[in-house]
Each structure stands twice: as structure tokens, then as C-alpha cells.
Design a protein around this ligand. Structure first.
Ligand code: XMP
Ligand code: MG
Length: 185
């Protein structure tokens, strides 16, 4: 799905980040990650479902040997805000003992989910756990989550596309767009 196909869709407001902007930034982040993990094995842990696109593009941009694994979690909360109480819906297949783990996320909002996830993964005796998030919202800055790689700091708007959904829609948009307020308010 591209911009021309959603023009008639009143729900999607405007392109916030283009496909090209996302690809360019991911290439920069990949270069940084490649340097930082040179000579080390690397396990990418994607958080389903939102991180699917970031993972696919970042892993290929890395242009080195990596392992990819996936986790699905749900945070209990009131729809748009998360509570920090997290449940594992699908756990990793990989044993993390002694591994260098890089969590790949689409967006960090309050930071509660990632804060929980990081300490959960750290308890499994990995060599290291770091976070890579394509997007970060201002509220995340209030939480003590140390995100090593951030694509874009964005304002506090609800965004969709490139893996991010509203009610499971729009994940397959090539760009990231803001959602028209009338849809969710
Ligand atoms: P935390 O715990 O950091 O939660 O508050 C992050 C999760 O919240 C979801 N989220 C969004 N999803 N557009 C979305 O499609 C958004 O603008 C947005 N903000 C937060 C997302 O699932 C993320 O993993
Ligand atoms: Mg997510």
C-alpha cells in the first residue's frame, strides 16, 4: 500500500516519515550497530507485531551474520496507555545465555513495556541487552529506559504504518503517517 492508495482514506492524516526517510535512517543505524558489534555474535529480538518491518529492513541493512528471534507480549492497560504489567504471549526460541541481544522495537512510548522486557531478558544471563527503537515519543524520556539506538524522536501523536497499527490496520503502509484525531477520539 502506498500514499496514492490511501489518499481517499480519511483516517490517515498526512505522511509523517516517508519510505525514503525511514530507509536512510535505518541505514545509518545499521552502520552504527555493525561497528559496535564487530567481531561479536548478535541476536536480534523483534517484538511482535509492530517491529516486523523494522526488523526485516534493519536486519538486511546490517549486511552481516545475525540471528533473529521474536517475542510477543501484551501490556495490560486502558487501550492507548500501557500499565507496565506485561504478559508473554510468545516467548523466544533462543537461549540467551552468553549472547549479545539487541531488542528491536517499532516505538517506545511510556517505556513501560521495554523497561519490563529488558529486565526480563537480563535475568536470562545474556552477555548484553541493548535496545533499538525506530521511534521514540517524549513521554519515554521520563522513564529510565536506556535506548542505545533511536531512529527518530517524534511528537506525541498517534502514528500508523510501517508495522504500526490502529486496530490492526495500516501496518502495511510504506510510510509512517499520523492518524486523524476523529478516528480515535
Ligand atoms: P510503552 O510501554 O512504551 O508502549 O508505552 C509501547 C507500545 O505502545 C504502542 N504504541 C503505539 N502504537 N502508534 C501505534 O501504532 C502509536 O503512535 C503508538 N504509541 C504507542 C506500541 O504497541 C508500542 O509497542
Ligand atoms: Mg509494539
Amino acid at each position: 500500500m502506498d500514499a496514492s492508495q490511501i489518499e481517499g482514506d480519511l483516517a490517515v492524516d498526512q505522511t509523517f516519515l516517508t519510505e525514503q526517510q525511514i530507509a536512510d535512517r535505518l541505514a545509518e543505524m545499521a552502520a552504527e550497530i555493525r561497528r559496535d558489534y564487530e567481531g561479536q555474535d548478535l541476536l536480534l529480538v523483534g517484538v511482535l507485531k509492530g517491529a516486523v518491518m523494522v526488523m526485516a529492513d534493519l536486519a538486511r541493512a546490517l549486511d552481516r551474520d545475525v540471528e533473529m528471534d521474536w517475542m510477543a507480549v501484551s501490556s495490560y492497560g486502558s487501550g492507548t496507555t500501557s500499565s507496565g504489567v506485561v504478559r508473554i504471549l510468545k516467548d523466544l526460541d533462543a537461549d540467551l545465555t552468553g549472547r549479545h541481544v539487541l531488542i528491536v522495537e517499532d516505538i517506545i512510548d511510556s517505556g513501560l513495556t521495554l523497561s519490563w522486557l529488558t529486565s526480563n531478558l537480563r535475568s536470562r544471563k545474556p552477555a548484553s541487552v541493548e535496545i533499538c527503537a525506530l521511534l521514540r515519543k517524549p513521554d519515554a524520556l521520563q522513564m529510565a529506559v536506556d535506548v542505545r539506538y533511536v531512529g527518530f524522536d517524534i511528537p506525541n501523536a498517534f502514528v500508523v504504518g510501517y508495522g504500526l497499527d490502529y486496530d490492526e490496520r495500516y501496518r502495511n503502509l510504506r510510510q509512517i503517517a499520523t492518524l486523524a484525531p476523529h478516528v480515535y477520539s
